[in-house]
Write a protein that binds this ligand. Structure first.
Ligand SMILES: Cc1cc2nc3c(=O)[nH]c(=O)nc-3n(C[C@H](O)[C@H](O)[C@H](O)COP(=O)(O)O)c2cc1C
Length: 178
């Protein structure tokens, strides 16, 4: 049963990469900035089931990048509202790379997201006061490697909670009181 849960999590993350409506396509990424938690929604761009590595894309000038430079520890939160399943992943940011080869493969509308003249979060006059750069971009690929995965499914008659931890190179799971 533990193995099945673990395998299912991996399968769901992989499936979410090709299914636009998959509930794991968007997830919450928590960072910490001087002990103040920061949460935001991001898109899962890639997942490596062997290494348990999660990839997102972002703007290198964004607050999350500053926070990650000081503290690589993050939590990722995935939620499936139909199955009432929550997965909390403790992870570490292992790679921040300005990968131009990935950037040029993005649709042009998506590329634009990483080319605002001013850094994300800069105050502007009105909602339309956003200018874009032509030659420069701030595309950044971030990779997070999991160290712990906690699964919780609310269901009757009994909820299911399981914790998986990486012990040396092997993942070991156990059930927990929900
Ligand atoms: C549906 C949705 C998807 C988003 N996907 C991303 C994403 O993949 N990468 C990203 O950097 N920001 C994404 N954002 C914006 C972030 O939630 C956040 O507002 C932004 O990255 C700035 O966060 P920061 O100031 O904490 O760095 C998304 C927002 C929404 C609502």
């Amino acid at each position: 049963m533990l193995d099945q849960i673990f395998t299912k999590c991996n399968e769901e993350w992989k499936s979410s990469l090709n299914q636009k409506k998959h509930s794991f396509r968007f997830f919450n990424l928590a960072t910490s900035n001087n002990n103040i938690p920061e949460l935001r929604v991001v898109v899962l761009r890639d997942y490596d089931p062997e290494k348990k590595q999660f990839t997102i894309y972002t703007d290198s000038r964004s607050q999350k990048v500053l926070s990650l430079e000081n503290n690589k520890n993050v939590e990722l939160l995935f939620y499936n509202p139909e199955k009432l399943t929550q997965i909390r992943v403790q992870a570490s940011c292992i790679l921040m790379i300005e990968d131009n080869s990935v950037f040029i493969q993005q649709p042009s509308a998506s590329q634009k997201d990483y080319t605002t003249q001013h850094a994300p979060g800069t105050p502007i006059e009105s909602e339309s006061s956003v200018d874009f750069l032509k030659e420069t971009h701030y595309f950044l690929k971030l990779v997070f490697e999991a160290t712990q995965i906690e699964y919780l499914q609310l269901k009757r008659p009994a909820h299911i909670r399981a914790l998986f931890k990486k012990n040396k190179s092997k993942w070991v799971g156990e059930f927990r009181t929900p």
